[in-house]
Write a protein that binds this ligand. Structure first.
Ligand SMILES: C[S@@+](CC[C@H](N)C(=O)[O-])C[C@H]1O[C@@H](n2cnc3c(N)ncnc32)[C@H](O)[C@@H]1O
Length: 287
């Protein structure tokens, strides 16, 4: 891709809140569309995952996967928060298949605000693909398809996944059952991990559950009443999806697990619903 092509794929938009963000012209998706990049990154990912608290008192290093680095709001919010914990070694692994959004954002750093003061660090990351942020924090950029990158054995399994590709309609390969199965299997069962995302889609939640994750109601962001949080250790969830949610999924028009290409909205099949009912979190809810 020529440099000018990448940069012209984005535009700046002013959200209702008055905050500026990026919009991808290819799929017309706005990054962090309601509360803006910095507030959403902090509320949805950093605070909800209790990154600072969970990274304290660790034996080894605390590993964060920033999936869909985009214009780096999530990554920078995580770094700023984790800098307040100088006692733990932190590895931040960012994944993206393109640097076009971050290059566009750097060209508009003044207007976007949250990048101010981080430009040198990010340019260094783009140039060398890894950078030492503080003596305790190391940031690596993995450029390429995340579906391939996630199986790189050199990258340690995460404690935290800031999951932020485009939506399932525009970026279906990042939401498919096979993809989430591969991601779940890549987690270390002994390393408690949380994944947060803006969606509240029943189909996405069904897909995560069938892939092996435990899934809960994530915190409200702006006017959006709930989002989604998933984990490999059920006890980390404050509000696991319960039997009432399961009943709603059974009758929902949009609850079939997702495939690797965009699909029509479809109810869940009887066979998939039987599998969904067997997920551990519903078993425990019954007793
Ligand atoms: C909504 S933007 C992410 C915004 C970003 N997290 C931020 O804080 O600015 C989605 C990003 O996911 C990336 N992406 C989509 N599919 C991907 C894939 N298969 N592998 C790696 N990155 C992907 C896109 O290139 C894009 O930069």
């Amino acid at each position: 891709m020529k440099r000018s092509e990448g940069l012209s794929e984005f535009e700046l938009v002013i959200l209702k809140s008055g905050i500026k963000s990026l919009r991808a012209l290819g799929n017309m998706e706005t990054f962090h569309p309601v509360t803006g990049p910095w507030i959403e990154a902090n509320e949805l990912h950093v605070e909800q995952q209790r990154l600072v608290e969970r990274s304290k008192n660790m034996d080894g290093c605390f590993v964060v996967w920033d999936v869909g680095m985009g214009a780096a709001a999530n990554a920078l919010a995580a770094l700023e928060a984790l800098k307040t914990n100088p006692s733990t070694e932190i590895q931040l692994h960012s994944f993206d298949k393109t640097t076009a959004p971050i290059e566009f954002a750097l060209n508009n750093a003044e207007e976007l605000g949250y990048l101010r003061g981080h430009e040198v660090l990010i340019r260094q990351l783009l140039a060398t693909k890894e950078v030492r942020v503080t003596s305790q924090i190391h940031w690596t950029l993995h450029l390429g398809d995340f579906q391939t990158g996630l199986s790189d054995p050199q990258i340690p399994s995460p404690h935290s996944i800031l999951y932020d590709p485009y939506s399932s309609s525009g970026n279906p390969e990042m939401w498919s059952l096979d993809h989430f199965r591969a991601l779940y299997q890549r987690l270390d069962p002994h390393t408690p991990c949380l994944l947060t995302n803006y969606t509240r889609s029943t189909a996405v939640r069904v897909t995560l559950l069938l892939a092996g994750f435990s899934v809960g109601i994530g915190r409200s962001i702006g006017q959006k009443a709930e989002t989604t949080i998933a984990t490999n250790q059920l006890e980390l969830l404050e509000q696991p999806l319960d039997l009432r949610w399961l009943e709603r999924a059974r009758v929902s028009r949009n609850a079939a697990p997702l495939g690797p290409v965009a699909q029509e909205v479809t109810p869940i099949s009887n066979a998939d619903f039987e599998r969904l009912k067997q997920c551990a979190q519903f078993d425990l809810a019954r007793v």
